[in-house]
Design a protein around this ligand. Structure first.
Ligand code: FIX
Ligand code: ZN
Length: 419
């Protein structure tokens, strides 16, 4: 039955839109860096254009061998992407539209199709000032970085020490430990944590000490890994053993949540480099087993396959030590975000975090949050109006409280105070 016209419905819709637009966000997973990391913090038009999402799309039109593209300078690569995705056709894909939203919100006119002029505009900025400009425009209060002690470019800055920008929080990324044990164990041995790569108690203890030292050094909010669709737990695999014997005891002792990003098939086309990863449906029994067997460990999870989304919510309904977050990567497109946000609200209420940006280039926080806020507002409006039809009109304060929870508050409550 269509409800009768009621001006209160329009007022409610407007209020929700405004609250969603204005609520500051804690962006719980990005690949951005504190400006103290210098060139590791990517920003500006060329980095926006060579984003791996766009490179994957550009290659579908580029008449160029893969290695010839990779031999070009960053500017030359950006020129090619601009040409095939923005000049020769309309930038309709989500990632391409994102560049337009970003430029537009920065006050630039991409319709001029003048790449040199755009480059000149960006050249005038200092990174520190530009960080503030982008975070302010996106209304992001803080971002979580992805920090890898295995990364030779990142590690020296931590070892040297620097003045932290409080807007850049940290997450300890441990993929090399869990999916590349032979190399990782050599690195740990060089750093004095292990004497052999055998999976012995001494190796587990040394690896745990490594996690302890690095999480302390960087002030990590959580420990994080991405895993393939084939991930199983419990399982005799090295990954599963290391989770059991190293990561879980460490998380239990430190109180840090363990974040799992499930369903990525790395390098399905290695010639595409960072753009060459794919997706597969996960068997979420692994996650269910983790949550069931370790009620004293908190898990954060996002899954890459659309087909896994409802199942993930059902697991979260069963296990309160699981917090669902974000529309990761190939699910970060409007149609799927809307569907996932609706499903999560319907199954979990407000106990999840609908989105993270996964920004790799600073400026991207502008479009990623602009686009996602619109969808969150749309779905929330639908849900509050359904509630109103059922006889419950939310107050302004109640909506504000709920949106704060969705945009970082529920995550912070789940993670607890940082120790
Ligand atoms: O594993 C991850 O954190 C992924 O987000 C990245 O590996 C991926 O390249 C990406 O940028 C997705 O948005
Ligand atoms: Zn990521």
């Amino acid at each position: 039955m269509v409800p009768p016209a009621d001006p209160r419905r329009d007022q409610l819709a407007l209020a929700i839109q405004k609250i969603v637009d204005q609520t500051p966000i804690l962006d719980i997973h990005t690949h951005l860096y504190d400006p103290a990391f210098g060139p590791l913090l990517l920003w500006g038009i060329d980095d926006l254009l060579v984003y791996h999402y766009l490179v994957a799309e550009a290659f579908r039109y580029l008449d160029l061998p893969y290695d010839a593209f990779w031999r070009l300078t960053k500017e030359q690569q950006a020129d090619r992407v601009w040409q095939v995705l923005f000049t020769q056709r309309s930038p309709l894909s989500e990632a391409a539209r994102g560049v337009i939203t970003t430029l537009h919100r920065l006050g630039l006119d991409p319709r001029q199709r003048d790449l040199p002029a755009l480059r000149r505009w960006f050249a005038d900025w200092k990174p520190e000032d530009y960080v503030t400009r982008c975070l302010d425009l996106a209304r992001v209060r803080a971002v979580c970085m992805t920090n890898s002690p295995f990364d030779d470019l990142e590690r020296p800055t931590w070892e040297r020490g620097f003045n932290r920008d409080p807007r850049f929080l940290t997450a300890l990324r441990i993929d090399p430990l869990l999916v590349g044990w032979p190399d990782a164990s050599r690195q740990l041995a060089t750093a004095g944590y292990l004497t052999s790569s055998d999976l012995t108690q001494a190796s587990f203890d040394g690896s745990q000490r490594f996690l302890h030292d690095w999480s302390q050094r960087i002030g990590a909010r959580y420990v994080m890994v991405s895993l393939p669709p084939s991930f199983a737990y419990p399982d005799p695999s090295v990954t599963s053993q290391l989770i059991e014997k190293v990561v879980l005891p460490f998380c239990r002792e430190s109180g840090l949540p363990f974040a799992l990003m499930l369903g990525v098939k790395r390098a399905v086309n290695p010639a595409l480099a960072l753009a060459g990863d794919g997706v597969g449906r996960s068997d979420l029994t692994a996650l269910q087993n983790l949550c069931a067997a370790h009620p004293d460990v908190r898990f954060l999870a996002t899954v890459l396959s659309r087909e896994n989304q409802q199942e993930l919510c059902v697991i979260a309904r069963k296990f309160r030590n699981l917090h669902v977050f974000g529309c990761w990567w190939f699910t970060n497109i409007p149609g799927i975000i809307e569907d996932m946000t609706r499903t999560r609200l319907e199954l979990l209420g407000l106990g999840f975090t609908p989105q993270h940006s996964d920004a790799r280039v600073l400026d991207q926080v502008i479009y990623k949050w602009d686009h996602s806020r619109r969808i969150v507002a749309k779905v929330l409006t639908e849900k509050y109006l359904d509630l109103a039809d059922a006889g419950w009109w939310p107050t302004h304060q109640e909506i504000q409280r709920d949106v704060l929870a969705l945009f970082g508050g529920a995550f912070e409550t789940f993670c607890g105070p940082s120790r």
